[in-house]
Design a protein around this ligand. Sequence first.
Ligand code: SF4
Length: 318
Amino acid sequence: MTTEPALIVENLSLALGRANLVDGVGFSVAPGEVLALVGESGCGKSVTAQAIMRLLAPVIRQTGGRVLLAGQDITALPERAMRALRGQAMSMIFQEPQAALDPLATVGTHIAEALRRPLRDVRDQVLQMLAEVGISDPARRIDQYPFELSGGMCQRVMIACALISRPAVLLADEPTTALDVTIQAQILDLLRRLAAERRTAVVLITHDMGVVADIADRVAVMYAGRIAETGPTAQIFARPRHPYTSLLLASIPRLTDAPKSALAVIEGRVPTPAEFGPGCRFASRCPLADDTCRAATPPLRDMGDGRLSACFHAEQLP
Ligand code: SF4
């Protein structure tokens, strides 16, 4: 029996004026699965998440594609219907938890608001949720304000807000970037566990392949507004089928690296939409680029092992 995906993004395209920010992006996420949307800053990950939530800045237009939530096409839903879905069937958490929380509202009020109920009516449920996200002494913390909590605790509160309504989909945009490494690992473990227990599909947006390795079942690597490669995490880490993925993986520090050895860096930068040409958008940084790459857009091709790669020369990679 196959499980229907909780989220399907089909051929999504976004534009700012005449510039294509995102071009034909597609992926799906099953209930309880974690998909990492990974790439450098400016590759289109965050704007893709905003489009899924229909929270795009007014200057950005969706020029194509659709989004299905538990089988329902929500692309053209009226804003009123979207407001009913946000925080209920689909939630989002952000990089800076302290900035996302209202400094004048208590922890309990934030979480009760996610249920759209007064705290006095749902206090027990909120206490239970605080315990589930690993906040010690919930009976005391529930009445505290964000400034009384550490960054890691604030992110746990955000996760409690996002998950208490048992959404089908959670979008997590760099949720651990602002936290130190130990707390980062704890928060990733928590997300992973709660997503599995609650059958929530998670789209984790990150630039960090170390985070991907820790938490994701599958990966979609984005570059300059397009999908470069998608597939199961284990396969992508074992043998990437796109030069950009290879270089991202080579830039992760490893315990086996010699002391003081230099980390691999990807020379150059992501082109801006105004610089997009007819060929592969990675060509200016790619060690395998040739005239074919500069002349035409590489289509996403099925590699026959559960993944897709948008590279003309995927088979040449070691
Ligand atoms: S299509 Fe060419 S330029 Fe693009 S990633 Fe593949 S080898 Fe590199």
